[in-house]
Design a binder for this molecule. Structure first.
Ligand code: SF4
Length: 571
């Protein structure tokens, strides 16, 4: 079975901005935080906000305190003023595209124009827009209703931003025929148009469409309507528990789309579950998928990657490729990654719901594996690599263990003791340094390699690991914001992070190409430039929406580290 995910699925710019604004406020302020009305129509996001003690108010009290966030739909200007008068600090997260419609209505209302709004009068965005019409606004949801309105001397026509474009075209045609003096504005949001156009195409090209999103969300319901108009089997689900696999099992291809208020982790979860239940009909495929998922969830894949990278680093430096360095790196990474996942089961449910469940179910066993592999790595180092290498590994292990414990004074919060992971951006940097140390420095120390060669190979290794870790952080950005983690992409922004990753990978390619001009690395080292090159391509494809996030992408990225070791074996 073929499964495709719509490129436009998930949070739109306005929703994402509003969610980011309320999470930033919650992470930075100790004041009570409220949203005026539900932030978005998605029960999972609302439950997550309540967990973070962000509550909603539906009525404006006479007196209040704390922060109130105006959601992406916007509110009538009177409501905003009433919130401020009551004593709240108002953060206005009205989507800039909704603000544009508010400005149009306000401008023409001042000139005495009537306003005709295409949309449900109870929809919060429409309620907000009406507030700008100076009491001369009218809402309609059908051409019949439009024809019963009086013919206004001067009027503007606007659509609520998530209206169906086909329907609005009909409204425009009616106006041109019956009230050509009305001024019509194209106010349907580009993101909505694209989402609807894509689902029309996907509906035609596939046998079934699964629309993921809140049952109360207007734009999600509209997507489901459009999908069912294509005549294909359509299912509107809020989460994976509502998928009817029996119905879907008879089709050859499924398209998954999601409303503007559906977070990434729910879309990814739907993809994985449909793939798990329907795409694995052939026994060989079932086995392959099971192995892949197991290797990723248990971090064996990441650990193997560290081992192969160690081998590649040793080859590059011309070190005798004694395998115990690779095994030590594997055991260290396995131990640290499992421990980290064990400590982050709760927040992980937003980024990797399946992995979080796996760690919850197999907690005891995974603790045992983490401790055992950590001790085994240290013992092997003690026996084979000499005192200095053992000492470095020991310190690295202590650092890794302390990452989740409150032991250090926080630089930005005087007098407070925190965890290493509370330091902004620390995760990406510490993982990069830890991997660079075990994959490159430990073998170099044990073999007393040339310092310049070590420096070049270290930069090559940390470049790859940095790109991998920062890219995974970008994929997890929504969940990390929710849980208050300040990863590098959250600090720097997604665009800047992508740019940095790309520069780092280009520099990585440059480092191994330097072998043409120096004899610091082994001959043919330039073949290893293929690894940052392929990582660069994968990330570029992802940016261009040609690859969807999820287990496939994670597997490809992790596999590149194994490919580095295999390439080193061949040169
Ligand atoms: S659908 Fe468009 S107008 Fe509405 S919140 Fe999203 S980006 Fe803004």
């Amino acid at each position: 079975m073929k499964i495709v995910v719509a490129k436009t699925a998930g949070f739109c710019m306005g929703v994402r901005r509003a969610v980011d604004m309320v999470l930033d406020a919650s992470n930075l302020s100790s004041d009570p935080i409220y949203t005026y009305g539900p932030l978005i129509h998605n029960p999972h996001v609302l439950a997550m906000l309540e967990e973070k003690k962000i509550f909603r108010i539906d009525k404006i009290p006479e007196k209040g305190s704390g922060i109130v966030l105006v959601r992406a739909h916007g509110v009538p200007p009177d409501d905003k003023k009433a919130l401020e008068d009551a004593g709240f600090t108002v953060i206005d997260a009205t989507c800039p595209r909704v603000v544009r419609v508010q400005v149009i209505i306000s401008k023409y209302a001042r000139k005495g124009y009537s306003t005709i709004i295409i949309g449900d009068e109870k929809h919060p965005e429409v309620v907000g827009l009406l507030g700008y019409a100076k009491g001369n606004g009218h809402t309609i949801t059908s051409i019949d209703q439009l024809s019963t309105l009086p013919r206004f001397k001067n009027a503007i026509v606007v659509a609520q931003t998530t209206q169906d474009t086909g329907f609005y075209d009909g409204i425009k045609a009616w106006c041109e025929a019956h009230a050509p003096h009305y001024e019509i504005f194209d106010t349907i949001c580009g993101s909505t148009e694209k989402r609807q156009a894509e689902i029309r195409t996907l509906g035609k090209e596939n046998d079934a469409v699964v629309v993921v999103g809140g049952k109360q969300s207007g734009n999600t319901k509209r997507l489901a309507q459009i999908a069912s108009q294509t005549g294909k089997l359509t299912a509107h689900i809020e989460d994976v528990t509502q998928i009817d696999y029996e119905k879907l099992s008879s089709v050859g291809s499924v398209a998954i789309t999601a409303g503007a208020s559906t977070p990434n982790w729910i879309i990814n979860d739907a993809y994985v579950q449909i793939e798990n239940n329907l795409q694995r009909q052939h026994p060989a495929r079932v086995l392959l998928f099971l192995i892949r998922d197991f290797l990723l969830k248990t971090n064996i894949m990441a650990a193997a990657g560290a081992g192969f990278l160690t081998y590649a680093c040793s080859v590059l430096q011309g070190i005798d490729q004694n395998l115990h360095h690779a095994v030590i790196a594997m055991l260290y990474v396995l131990s640290m990654q499992i421990l980290n996942n064990l400590f982050t089961v709760k927040p992980d449910k937003y980024n990797h719901p399946q992995r979080a469940l796996f760690y919850k179910k197999n907690r005891v066993c995974l603790w045992f594996v983490a401790v055992l592999s950590g001790v085994a790595g240290l013992s092997l180092s003690f026996i084979t690599t000499g005192a200095l290498s053992f000492f470095i590994l020991f310190v690295m292990s202590l650092l890794g263990l302390s990452y989740n414990f409150k032991i250090i004074p926080l630089p930005l919060k005087k007098g407070q003791i925190g965890r290493l992971k509370d330091i902004s951006g620390s995760k990406t940097i510490l993982i990069t340094i830890a991997w660079g140390t075990v994959t490159c420095l430990l073998p170099a120390v044990a073999n007393q390699s040339n310092l310049l060669s070590v420096a070049m190979v270290f930069l090559f290794a940390v470049g790859l690991v940095f790109a991998r870790t920062a890219f995974f952080d970008i994929l997890a950005i929504q969940g990390d914001r929710i849980t208050g983690k300040e990863t590098l992409p959250i600090l720097l922004g997604e665009k800047a992070s992508f740019r940095i990753i790309q520069y780092v990978l280009i520099a990585d390619m440059g480092i191994v190409f330097l072998t043409f001009f120096t004899d610091l690395l082994v001959n043919k080292a330039f073949f290893l430039a293929s690894i940052p090159f392929f990582m660069f391509l994968l990330i570029k494809f992802f940016q261009k929406d040609s690859l969807i996030p999820g287990v496939h992408l994670e597997f490809f990225i992790e596999f590149l580290f194994i490919a580095a070791g295999l390439t080193a074996i061949l040169i």
